[in-house]
Design a protein around this ligand. Sequence first.
Ligand SMILES: Cc1cc2nc3c(=O)[nH]c(=O)nc-3n(C[C@H](O)[C@H](O)[C@H](O)COP(=O)(O)OP(=O)(O)OC[C@H]3O[C@@H](n4cnc5c(N)ncnc54)[C@H](O)[C@@H]3O)c2cc1C
Length: 350
Amino acid sequence: MKVLVLGAGVIGAATAFFLARAGAETVLVERTEPACAASGKAGGFLALDWCDGLARAALSRRSFALHAELAREAGGAVGFRPVETLLVATRGEGAPAPWLGAGFRVLERLGEPTTTALVDPARLTRWLVDRALGAGVRLVIGTPEQLEPAGSGWRLHLAGATLDAEAVVLALGPWTETARRWVPLPPVRSLLGHSLRFELEEPLPPTVLFVRLDPARHGLDELEIYPRADGSVVVAGLSRPARPPADPTAVRPDPGAAELLAAAARAVLPALARARRVEPRACLRPVSADGTPHLGPLPGHPGLWLATGHGPWGILEGPATGELLADLVLGRAPKLDPRPFDPARPTARI
Ligand SMILES: Cc1cc2nc3c(=O)[nH]c(=O)nc-3n(C[C@H](O)[C@H](O)[C@H](O)COP(=O)(O)OP(=O)(O)OC[C@H]3O[C@@H](n4cnc5c(N)ncnc54)[C@H](O)[C@@H]3O)c2cc1C
């Protein structure tokens, strides 16, 4: 079967990877470059059971296991690292630690190395694309202008080219809304999130911190600190609703956001003050109306599939999403129940 996958974030990359692995003739179409958006700039935190009790629980659990498998296959190329995960705050019962800033205490252990991990999202996404290309997938860089039914399949028009396929997977993340001119879709909103990447001389221990802050003192109420396997540290926080710019590479931090985040992060972890370089970044996460990703067929449009709306868990759920979409598109028995993710479910508001 010939399949087009639109968007080379982690969702499109994983879908192309699993389609290629199943032997499908696949073309991955990306407007700019793989991992240019949130899938290259996210924290990369993975948790086995933090979505338990939600409709997406089985997807998260399956994907946590797949991350470990892919990391073994990648042999260090994706920056996979099991971690301790702690809740830190200035208020509440807790124990001080010598490496925390004045007033901060450890309140709770949220995860241990068997249940929480980190991956480098940019390296993971690029590795998935590279492996897919190695298995015969074609990567086309271009901006789709029109998608229309053609025979029993679909035709995609790009500047100077057309691509025909039996199936098309829309994996456009926050840019899903741009496909609304071709087909009715459930709403996908965007949240802008800020992050900083610190380069340190001395790597930090493998402990992720979820930090509750005093907004009156720090100007924000929470942040997360991710010490990566390569020695860099990513600090994420400060989210707000936003509209995606036409060009995915034009997403920029709000004025003053990086300074606020940096000051708060250094108050929590004084070691960050010794960074030799700090890179401010911003990216958009795609959010569905009911918080559950849309993974499945678009009703009334045979051969058209949607894969988006992962919100804060797209890196975690990328591998199992790609596996699920490949199985569904190719008509194979899926490894998990796809019904909670049906884009036509009542709460998706198509
Ligand atoms: C600050 C921040 C921190 C995060 N931390 C984590 C975390 O720790 N763990 C976790 O699991 N998740 C995290 N996330 C969420 C995660 O990053 C997203 O859910 C995930 O990256 C979404 O992937 P995607 O492939 O759907 O979208 P994207 O990564 O946005 O990819 C969409 C792709 O489509 C391309 N595109 C756009 N328009 C077109 C077009 N017309 N044709 C072709 N291609 C097009 C874009 O260029 C882009 O490459 C975080 C998000 C943010 C914002």
